[in-house]
Design a protein around this ligand. Sequence first.
Ligand code: ADP
Length: 174
Amino acid sequence: MIKVIQGDITTLAVDAIVNAANQVMLGGGGVDGAIHRAAGPELYEACLKVPEVRPGVRCPTGEARITPGFNLPAKFVIHTVGPVYRDGQHGEPERLAACYRNSLALAAENGCKSIAFPCISTGIYGYPKEEAAKIAVRAVREFLAAKNAKDARMEVVFCCFSERDAAVYERLLS
Ligand code: ADP
């Protein structure tokens, strides 16, 4: 099931919220900062413990990592790193789709029945909103369609910070 809501992802009582993180995974601006503030300092400590795959990189672009949610109502935070948008011709669509796919797979592996996504890459990383939303919707639909009946029951929430973003998702899903 897919739902769209407008609001602050840090308030959602779902099994996992997804963080639009950066590769070093130690907090930042936008939704990342909001999640770290709401989860409390333990989230930073948990992120520090995620092993680096190379210096300064805990989570390469398109991949996902999981931590507890600490003070958040959500049980887990799934950290994923969206692509920085250049012109759409540098692998951005594939890497953005991979963020959604890998986050969903990690949620399923950890027994999550509900997950909420922010509009990954559409803030500081500059991905055009409409294009990003199309990729997000397609990736989630494909994941839910390909999974067995159990995972297909996962509730996926697109949590849009603005009314305008929510309207884009509502239209694409109708
Ligand atoms: P990125 O670096 O991946 O572009 P940003 O955090 O800058 O990440 O922006 C991603 C999206 O998250 C934007 O659409 C922004 O409006 C949204 N956002 C910012 N704060 C929140 C929040 N508290 N809850 C949900 N979405 C948020």
